[in-house]
Design a protein around this ligand. Structure first.
Ligand code: B12
Length: 446
């Protein structure tokens, strides 16, 4: 039996290449590949960088689906299904909205694959598979098997993705992770993580956890080991880490040079509404940011607009806050009502969703607002996100933030990353906005 894994793309503008900053190695596929018993043949097609031929020889097609890639995933699934292949789908979107994916698949897997993947493959072989398998979180898979995309590594960003754990104990209203993992966090064994880091090609690491310090005692133990490996790493954290000097110190010593922090908003009303009020209660936000910077760690500050207290002034306030601290880079994204989240249910019950299944809507494109914001129009919100991204990534702003970088770090890797990311984001502002979701992925040029 032969399995074909597919990673569907979001979409691209006609004649243009797939957005470069989205092209990272597909860790999900490496983990699935590790879980696949040796006796099965396998192949992988990455829709972001190569064309997908539905005549590719295989018996089972395994597709990973995110909300943004659902439209394309369904189209590919339907094509392969017409060739008589068995379609298996899993991932965030399938877990959070199985009824959406069901018409396009023979088998749906909700949750994590570890506990059920091998059993499901055996069931297919016996010809007695079920339409739905519900996986539990088990992080004992050892090391991912990246050999499946070894031939494509040159196309991905030169960063190794490694997961430490899964889930998050916070329950932010808009977040897919809190629904998916029901507010729980589990982690891998330290020996597996260390062994994996040693085998990775690129020595800059992105630990893909959503909240890596959910278990602080474990994190301290892990980063004492990571410090011995002399690597550079980045991850996503919450601001409360800045209260723990020991942890900050350990992060720095173990090679952490950049962290992504989801500030989301600095407006107290918004933070309360999204269940992130604890962020306010931590104390002086400016002071916490300074502590992280003082530890020599740079910040990728992520903000989301479109919450109920957001108006044009909110953009100015956030821009001023971001420029005051001269953040390494920022994200100014609009709110997304992902299915399965509390935000989605609230907007639905308040009659504010412009389309219930916005991700499948014809002409839906990246940046389009799919709900009615409280204080601005959808078009205004979209335009403001673009306008303020342009402001932050203007060359004037990139140069004005440079002295702060010099005062925080002398690392050549970080200086190179500063220019690479800021210049890339400068040019990607307009490239990103308007990407037609699910479109133009059959063009030869990717
Ligand atoms: C790394 C990452 C990225 C990287 C790209 C990764 C890549 N491969 O190219 C970057 C930074 C570029 C990125 C960008 C974006 N991302 Co992102 N990203 C992640 C992150 C942090 C890790 C993904 C990962 O590798 N996980 C490790 C693997 C092993 O776990 P897994 O994917 O969950 O797989 C397991 C199960 O889910 C399941 N499973 C998954 N697929 C399948 C398929 C089958 C057949 C089966 C059986 C099982 C199965 O089994 C696996 C093993 O147990 C996740 C959050 C997270 N912690 O997972 C967000 C996440 C996936 N991203 C998300 C989003 C929204 C985006 C963006 C749209 C953000 C934006 N506004 O631009 C873009 C879209 C990029 C794209 N799709 O091309 C959301 C998706 C939500 C949703 N409902 O779809 C997530 C969940 C973050 C969040 N907090 O909401 N992302």
């Amino acid at each position: 039996m032969k399995i074909l894994y597919i990673l569907p793309g979001i979409g691209k503008k006609s004649g243009e290449r797939y957005l470069k900053s989205w092209l990272m190695e597909p860790l999900t596929i490496a983990v699935l590949n590790k879980l696949t018993p040796q006796k099965y043949k396998r192949a992988f097609l990455d829709d972001r960088i190569e064309t997908i031929d539905e005549n590719t020889p295989c018996d089972v097609v395994a597709i990973t689906v995110e909300t943004y890639t659902a439209k394309r995933a369904y189209e590919l699934a339907d094509r392969f299904r017409r060739q008589g292949k068995i379609i298996v789908m899993g991932g965030y979107h399938v877990t959070l909205s199985p009824e959406d994916a069901a018409p396009h698949a023979d088998i749906l897997i909700t949750g994590n694959a570890e506990s059920i993947w091998a059993q499901m493959l055996a069931d297919i072989e016996k010809g007695s598979y079920k339409p739905l398998y519900c996986g539990e979180t088990q992080l004992d898979y050892g090391l991912p098997d990246r050999s499946i995309y070894a031939d494509k590594m040159k196309k991905y960003q030169p960063v190794s993705l490694v997961e430490i754990g899964r889930g998050c104990t916070r329950k932010c209203e808009f977040c897919s992770i809190s629904t998916y993992y029901s507010g729980c966090y589990r982690h891998r064994r330290i020996e597996d993580i260390v062994a994996e880091i040693k085998t990775c090609k690129h020595k800059i690491f992105f630990f893909v956890d959503d909240s890596i310090f959910s278990d602080k005692a474990f994190a301290k133990e892990l980063f004492t080991e990571v410090a011995k490996l002399k690597i550079t790493w980045t991850t996503q954290i919450t601001l409360d880490i800045a209260r723990d000097d020991e942890l900050l110190n350990l992060m720095r010593k173990s090679g952490c040079k950049l962290v992504l922090i989801g500030f989301e908003s600095i407006e107290p009303g918004n933070l309360k509404q999204m269940n992130k009020e604890w962020n306010n209660k931590l104390g002086e936000r400016d002071e916490l940011v300074r502590r992280i910077h003082k530890a020599g760690i740079n910040i990728y500050a992520s903000f989301v607009f479109g919450f109920d207290y957001d108006c044009e002034k909110s953009f100015d306030d956030v821009l001023n806050f971001a420029m005051k601290h001269k953040f390494f880079v920022v994200a100014f994204n609009h709110l997304l009502a992902f299915p399965g989240t509390e935000t989605y249910s609230r907007f639905k019950s308040e009659g504010r969703l412009l389309h219930e299944r916005w991700w499948l809507e014809e002409d839906y494109n990246y940046g389009r607002i799919s709900f009615t914001p409280a204080l601005v129009t959808p078009d205004k919100l979209r335009a403001l996100c673009g306008k303020y991204k342009h402001k932050y990534f203007s060359f004037g702003s990139i140069f004005r933030r440079l002295p702060a970088l010099f005062s925080r770090t002398k690392s050549p890797i970080l200086h190179l990353a500063y220019w690479t990311m800021n210049v890339l984001f400068h040019f990607e502002v307009d490239k990103r906005i308007g990407i037609p979701v699910g479109e133009n992925l059959d063009e030869a040029k990717k």
